[in-house]
Design a protein around this ligand. Sequence first.
Ligand SMILES: *[C@@H]1O[C@H](CO)[C@@H](O)[C@H](O)[C@H]1NC(C)=O
Ligand SMILES: *[C@@H]1O[C@H](CO)[C@@H](O)[C@H](O)[C@H]1NC(C)=O
Ligand SMILES: *[C@@H]1O[C@H](CO)[C@@H](O)[C@H](O)[C@H]1NC(C)=O
Ligand SMILES: *[C@@H]1O[C@H](CO)[C@@H](O)[C@H](O)[C@H]1NC(C)=O
Length: 310
Amino acid sequence: MKCQLSLPLLLPPLLLCLEPPSPDNATARAAPPPRHPLQPPYPYPYRFLLNEPHKCRGGPPFLVLLVASQPGDTAGRATIRQTWGNESSVPGVSILRLFLLGLHPVFGRELRGTLEEESRLHRDLLQQDFLDTYNNLTLKTLMGMEWVTRYCPEAAYVMKADSDVFLNLDYLVRRFLLPPKKNFITGYVYRNTGPIRHPAYKWYVPREVYPNNTYPPYCGGPGYVFSGDLATKIYMVAQKLPLINMEDSFVGICLHALGIGVTHSPMGVFNMYWLQYKKCRFSRLVMVHHYQPQDVLAIWPDFQQTKCPR
Ligand SMILES: *[C@@H]1O[C@H](CO)[C@@H](O)[C@H](O)[C@H]1NC(C)=O
Ligand SMILES: *[C@@H]1O[C@H](CO)[C@@H](O)[C@H](O)[C@H]1NC(C)=O
Ligand SMILES: *[C@@H]1O[C@H](CO)[C@@H](O)[C@H](O)[C@H]1NC(C)=O
Ligand SMILES: *[C@@H]1O[C@H](CO)[C@@H](O)[C@H](O)[C@H]1NC(C)=O
């Protein structure tokens, strides 16, 4: 039976109990509630089509960098490998980079050979057999959490980033991650926000998918970082929660279920809006959204040469 506590301040608390629909026939009882098309199907035993089970064998890295990428974006991945995704970009710190892919909704079969070759060459692709669409991004993030849980649970930190960002891992590591922490997550923190109910928006979340009118605090999807222990905790709790189609809000829902809070980052460190590139400004921030890989490539040589006062 579903019970709700009503909380009008002036009335005594009243327990409202809803009778379950009378199960007068077995077919009616067995029928699960229909899944809304925007709700990612989960849990489901998605299979790894591309995997790197031994990538962590040399010892746990300091940071696992999980980059959400689209199967067809070979060029974007090549640029990210040469710029902020370079595993040797932070001297003395072991970074392990992996791109997260689903199946191309149209050209899955056609891209298979190319992706296998890219995977053999770079050993940094993870792909599972769900459709790679905007409303399935939660599945992509959970694939990353699953990989860390199964193959690299001792990593000190995990960062999830989108492909259209500028990232400064050196500043992230030195300024925010040392010494290693537990139960820690930070990024651009959203508080007191709620789902967008209008179907015209890319961020539409129907009531059938998430009935609450507010989200718990969460970190904006373009770039957030968390201690390695949280990957397993989030992955485990996600097995028991209804998924929603916004991956970043969903991570907030998992943290809420776990009773773990998010840590604010100082203003201007994780930027959800585009910022004009300036050497010394970019050397003192972690993330800027809306930088396409080719935009990053254009500023990277200058950024690398930068000597700015710390
Ligand atoms: C049982 O419930 C199902 C689904 O609501 C319905 O289609 C079916 O006709 C019902 N059967 C009987 C015997 O009431
Ligand atoms: C990554 O950075 C290192 C150290 O700066 C550099 O030697 C190497 O060429 C870079 N790798 C790529 C793929 O750009
Ligand atoms: C998400 O992926 C599943 C599994 O491939 C697929 O059935 C579903 O249609 C996809 N959802 C969306 C909204 O693309
Ligand atoms: C959703 O709302 C209910 C009732 O107000 C509350 O108990 C629950 O914690 C909320 N869930 C989230 C994820 O905020």
